[in-house]
Write a protein that binds this ligand. Structure first.
Ligand code: SF4
Length: 416
């Protein structure tokens, strides 16, 4: 078994733990933001509905800002206020409501999991973090802990990006915070720290602190309710005086939680010395040619062809203008020719590369892909029969385009 981490990185003094919990909870009570899912979790008497409300919010909040989520959350809960209602929705409806929120597989998995709860668990949400993680597709360790503690009062911790930052600063943890060993240590710490009588409030308070006070770049340490328990703050104020924990002083050998010896404390960074992460891989560059095919609809209004993406992979099941991934460094002429060949599949007749009008390039950054859309347009004369043997496709007006399940990237293409 690995050696236990040095005590200075842990919360080993019960009196300090009690004081930290009390200060944090009192601050949360005074300062927390009013958010719709918090109101629902606090007032909903039905445990399954409470669990569902928290679950939806947690899935939406993954990788997405609170301000963006609020509107989507309210519309979702209005449309599908219960698990049962969501289980009866179609994937198309789910994708339409999710359009613009990003990471589209989240909505699909949420709906699949709702169907599973209804059909296999008699509509009853699992009540513990362990069962939630085991039984619900798309529910990981963090989401399971959040649902169980906030909805059902289970005394279990949570570790998300905000908690990682706060804990690493509180205990001067400078080893790579994305490494499995450090993450495991942070889970142990979160489970030990969580308040036994108000676990949901405590977990939300820790995350709220990370989101509003202990922020990544310019934390508001002067206003922080737990600054007297924060080793990074002490270190910034007092440097290496004997009264202050010295993180390089963890004992003999390599401390598994200290910064590497090659990256010592940088006094210019202050508390933002923590957390530290190994450098991220740069996003992969991709180029995709896309074409807005336009025709006159039966009422004279312009219509545009959209086609559905495959049901797995990036932007699964969403609609887009006919698109074709391109090899890097292709000459423009060759790009046009390849796109023209591809469009022929949809139009059912030859498309002249010269007839494609170049509109511009649109850049969209996905989490791991730096995508450049090379945008063309092509007006079509006469009617065109869509081949049902191909991927689903349809002609839409401008309003219908915006109401369809299209990604933010395609909306940018539209604006171009
Ligand atoms: Fe974060 Fe500063 Fe509070 Fe420490 S004192 S927890 S670094 S905000």
């Amino acid at each position: 078994a690995p050696a236990p981490p040095p005590a200075r990185h842990l919360f080993s003094d019960p009196a300090e733990v009690e004081a930290l919990r009390g200060n944090l909870l009192a601050w949360y009570h005074r300062c927390k933001r009013d958010l719709p899912w918090r109101a629902l979790a606090a007032t909903e008497p039905d445990a399954d509905r409470r669990g569902y409300a928290v679950w939806v919010s947690e899935i939406m909040l993954q990788q997405t800002q609170v301000a963006t989520v609020i509107n989507y959350y309210n519309r979702w809960m209005q449309k599908w206020p219960t698990l049962q209602a969501l289980a009866q929705a179609s994937l198309e409806e789910v994708n339409e409501l999710w359009a613009g929120l990003g990471y589209y597989s989240r909505g699909k998995r949420l709906q699949e999991a709702a169907r599973k709860v209804v059909s296999e668990l008699a509509g009853r949400m699992p009540r513990t973090a362990e069962d939630l993680q085991k039984l619900l597709p798309g529910v990981g360790r963090y989401t399971a802990g959040a649902i169980a503690s906030i909805s059902y009062g289970q005394a279990t911790g949570v570790v998300d990006g905000n908690v990682i930052r706060v804990l690493c600063r509180l205990r001067c943890i400078g080893a790579d915070s994305s490494s499995p060993a450090v993450i495991e240590q942070l889970w142990d710490m979160a489970n030990a720290l969580v308040d036994r009588s108000r676990p949901g409030d405590f977990n939300q308070a820790l995350m709220e602190l990370g989101a509003t006070v202990c922020v990544p770049k310019a934390p508001l340490c002067g206003e922080c309710p737990v600054k007297q328990h924060c080793q990074a703050w002490c270190r910034k104020l007092f440097g290496n005086t004997p009264k202050v924990p010295d993180v390089e002083d963890c004992g003999v050998g390599d401390c598994p939680l200290c910064p590497p010896a090659t990256e010592p404390w940088d006094s210019n960074l202050g508390v933002t010395n923590f957390p530290r992460k190994a450098a991220k891989k740069p996003p992969r560059a991709m180029r995709t040619a896309t074409c807005v095919l336009e025709r006159r609809g039966c009422h004279g209004a312009p219509e545009y062809l959209i086609v559905q993406r495959p049901s797995s992979g990036l932007l699964a099941g969403l609609w887009e203008f006919p698109s074709l991934p391109l090899a890097q460094d292709l000459q423009e002429e060759r790009e046009r020719e390849e796109l023209a060949d591809h469009l022929q599949v949809w139009t059912g007749r030859p498309v002249a590369a010269k007839g494609l009008r170049f509109i511009g390039e649109v850049i969209h950054i996905f989490s791991h892909i730096h995508q450049t859309y090379v945008v063309y347009s092509l007006p079509l004369d006469g009617d065109m029969t869509l081949d049902p043997a191909l991927s689903p496709s349809r002609w839409v007006t401008e309003d219908e385009f915006h109401a369809s399940a299209v990604s933010t990237a395609m909306k940018k293409v539209w604006r171009a």
